[in-house]
Ligand binder design. Structure first.
Ligand code: GDP
Ligand code: K
Ligand code: MG
Length: 297
């Protein structure tokens, strides 16, 4: 019998929207990475820690790897690429429904220089017929020497435990990096900002989702166990500010209502959320603003 404790860092990479954050939350059993149907939802690196009796798996949800279009995009891609050489395993995730594309080739080219085991994770198998799986596997097998190919549905949970077993078995012996009750490396303040950003992503369209940042100004515990939070949504133009406020404030009200629910379940207490909107022209291209909003490389 093998009594050793195994541990390691596991990067999840793949094109935008293949389901990386969904997978991470499923594994951790808690919402620590926000999800939406918009590409570039995830901007920072987020670690999710899964601790078991005999192992600790530290998953790293990276921003998608893609060709950058502005400084923020540059920052996001750099984070994803730097991560690859520091980890013990890489999960390269694809969308079963979309199949092979240029975006995958861009990532596979980057993987050429990386000497780490790469697992091909075919996600969203709930969306395809089983017959479609084999040709898909054949297509990708030519492109890289994968450690193993594992089809899953991150949303429904199919085969996710099998994936964990396979990856765990091949991790090196190692220490428990984090206490067993810690599920993420980010402070609550960061996740609260992300949950607010997620609601903006889910409720708005076109250029709005990518043009905003959320700054948590204040978190205060008040008597009676309620938590009072003030946050600012930063946007690039006053027209965008108008959209975010909505008719008679309806949009902002909705963002606040939905975010508050998620924050309450994160913190386990009653939350009062006060949202403000501020315009900062072209913040995504300004180094000082990027730093101020927490994007440090
Ligand atoms: P990311 O950009 O790779 O982090 O992708 P997200 O986790 O944000 O997911 C993008 C979209 O795909 C969301 O709308 C998810 O609900 C959806 N999604 C993720 N995994 C699955 C899955 O296994 N099946 C289906 N049908 N949808 C999924
Ligand atoms: K997404
Ligand atoms: Mg994501």
């Amino acid at each position: 019998m093998d009594n050793s404790f195994k541990s390691g860092f596991i990067a999840i990479i793949g094109r935008p929207n293949v389901g990386k954050s969904t997978f991470m939350n499923k594994v951790i059993g808690q919402k620590i990475a926000i999800m939406s149907d918009k590409p570039q939802t995830t901007r920072n690196k987020i670690q999710g820690v899964l601790t078991e009796k005999d192992a600790q798996l530290v998953f790293i949800d990276t921003p998608g790897i893609h060709k950058p279009k502005h400084r923020l995009g540059d920052f996001m891609v750099k984070i994803a690429e730097n991560t690859l050489n520091e980890v013990d395993a890489i999960l390269f995730m694809i969308n079963a429904k979309e199949g092979y594309g240029k975006g995958d080739q861009y990532i596979l080219d980057r993987l050429q220089e990386v000497k780490r085991p790469v697992y091909l994770i075919i996600n969203k198998i709930d969306l395809i017929h089983p017959d479609e799986l084999f040709p898909l596997i054949e297509k990708y097998k030519d492109k890289h020497s994968f450690e193993e190919v594992i089809p899953i549905s991150a949303l429904e949970g199919n085969n996710v435990n099998h994936l964990l077993d396979v990856v765990k078995k091949k991790l090196p012996e190692g220490p428990q990096y984090y206490p067993e009750d810690q599920v993420t490396d980010h402070p609550e303040r960061f996740i609260i900002g992300e949950l607010i950003r997620e609601k903006v992503l889910q409720l708005t369209h076109e250029e709005i989702p990518h043009s905003i940042a959320v700054v948590i100004e204040n978190i205060e515990k008040r008597e009676s166990n309620a938590i009072f939070i003030q946050a600012t949504i930063v946007t690039e133009r006053s027209t965008q500010k108008g959209i975010l406020i909505g008719k008679q404030g309806s949009m902002l009200k909705n963002i606040g209502k939905n975010a508050r629910k998620d924050i309450e379940s994160l913190l386990g207490s009653k939350v009062y959320l006060e949202l403000w909107i501020k315009v900062k022209k072209d913040w995504r291209n300004k180094q000082t603003q990027l730093k101020e909003y927490g994007f440090r490389s």
